[in-house]
Design a protein around this ligand. Structure first.
Ligand code: UN1
Length: 460
């Protein structure tokens, strides 16, 4: 892919800033209307965009269609939001005063997305940014060029149909490039919020640059997601969740299940149920309707997986599966780890599931939280005390905490993101929109005197 030059980049950013000044004046419900139509445009283009996702990200059809569905859901969410961008009115301590807050558009939102969710993660940011009155500059993964072009085209078509000649053609602009362009964005004070999804390494490289200019950033970085399977859990349900969580998207979701923390009394039984479930998975070409596990994104990903498995073997962990079959196709691996070593604590973006044993729930929670990442988590148990403990303050330290469902495949209605090295950002649902706006705290005096807060008397 071509990378744009710095002067092209500067032009894009100047244009984005100018357009935002006009867009912020459009009433939010009208901004929402544009997203309503965009949702319909995506419904019409669902199959063609999914096809691009299948070619670029190598996802199977069901997952590719699901990803576009996520973007459609985001449009619906944003339409509702367009009439709910509200602030509070707060009791003032002074007579004849009113204290209130208002949310205003923020500016230009810089969006950086990864190869694995090239449409959905963009839509989380784009839909919120647009409904909140911002313009968007998007640096997509160079590995997902067709998806990016298809999304951009669907958006441009919508703007063209809904607001022809109103000057909003460039509300969304692309920043083509790699690391250097991402760094320009991180350094750029014209970008009011940088929302970046990708590896923890990428986040650690960009975060200090944004911090140096005291800019706002929202990071959604690596995960090392765990599932606790208790002796009180429904193992058959767990097996289904494990297979989707660990093997779906060929283990290349940030929410992929990577660690299985199993009560010692059900460890062997669970493993004996998992082995046939893994053995029955259909591998192959992602375009084949039967396939459940498609290829990894590229040779580098295959190599990283094989390296991790070699390290596991060197530690004498038992490795089930994991073979490199052909091209970028691999068999998902289950690794029986005897301790949560550095290897297990590291996110390898591939279908490797590490299994660990525990005897007490406190130990399971300690193991669970004993990794640098904090994205998604879950427990399988039908025991109320265990479930409530896991979701309590002393339980999982992740941003996403599930009971009796796997760690991946979140709905857009909740805030998505995680703690620790996952970066702390929250995207998509709940009140994530507030990050795409600036808050004004407003005090109005409608009386004829000037009382000061805290009862201070100053010269009267
Ligand atoms: C990602 O991998 O960056 O919860 C996002 C999920 C999806 C989003 C994953 N809805 O697995």
């Amino acid at each position: 892919m071509n990378s744009i030059t710095k002067s092209d980049y500067d032009q894009i950013l100047d244009k984005a800033a100018a357009i935002q000044c006009k867009w912020r004046e459009i009433p939010a419900p009208r901004r929402g209307e544009l997203l309503r139509v965009f949702g319909n445009q995506l419904r019409e283009s669902q199959e063609s965009i999914a096809h691009c996702i299948m070619s670029d990200a190598k996802k199977i059809q069901a997952e590719a269609l699901g990803e576009v569905q996520e973007a459609i859901d985001m449009c619906d969410f944003a339409v509702g939001l367009s009439r709910q961008l509200y602030g509070l009115t707060i009791a003032s301590e002074r007579p004849e005063h009113k204290l209130q807050e208002a949310y205003h558009p923020l500016g230009v939102i810089g969006v950086i997305t990864a190869f694995n969710f090239p449409c959905a993660v963009w839509s989380w940011n784009h839909c919120l940014a647009i409904v909140c009155g911002n313009s968007v500059v998007w640096k997509a993964s160079p590995k997902a060029l067709h998806v990016t072009a298809a999304c951009k085209q669907a958006w441009d078509q919508t703007v063209q149909n809904c607001m022809p000649g109103e000057g909003f053609e460039d509300l969304l602009q692309l920043v083509e490039g790699h690391k250097e362009q991402a760094e320009w964005m991180a350094d750029d004070a014209r970008i009011s919020l940088l929302s970046a999804t990708g590896s923890t390494g990428m986040g650690k490289a960009l975060a200090p640059r944004v911090a140096t200019r005291l800019g706002k950033a929202l990071f959604e970085l690596g995960g090392n997601n765990g599932m606790v399977v208790s002796q009180h859990g429904n193992l058959d349900l767990a097996v289904r969740a494990i297979v989707f969580g660990a093997v779906g998207t060929a283990g290349q979701r940030c929410t992929t299940l990577r660690r299985l923390i199993v009560h010692e009394s059900v460890y062997n039984e669970l493993l004996s149920k998992l082995k046939p479930a893994y053995a029955s998975l259909a591998f192959g070409d992602q375009f084949n309707a039967e396939t459940l596990v498609g290829p990894l994104i590229d040779e580098v990903a295959v190599e990283r997986m094989q390296n991790a498995l070699s390290s596991a073997r060197a530690k004498e962990y038992i490795v089930h599966g994991g073979e490199h079959l052909r091209d970028c196709l691999v068999r998902p691996a289950i690794v029986e780890a005897t301790e949560q070593c550095e290897l297990v604590r590291t996110e390898t973006f591939a279908p490797i599931l590490y299994m660990l044993k525990y005897s007490e729930l406190t130990e399971a929670i300690q193991l669970h939280n004993g990794v640098p990442q904090g994205l998604s988590s879950c427990i399988f148990t039908d025991n109320l005390q265990e479930a409530e403990t896991f979701i309590s303050a002393v339980g999982s330290d992740c941003g996403i905490v599930n009971v009796n469902i796997g760690p991946s495949g979140a709905e857009i209605g909740g805030a998505f993101g995680g703690e620790k090295e996952t970066g702390g950002g929250r995207e998509s649902g709940s009140d994530a929109w507030k990050q795409y706006m600036r808050r004004s705290t407003i005090t109005i005096n409608y009386g004829k005197s000037l009382p000061l807060a805290q009862g201070i008397k100053f010269g009267d």
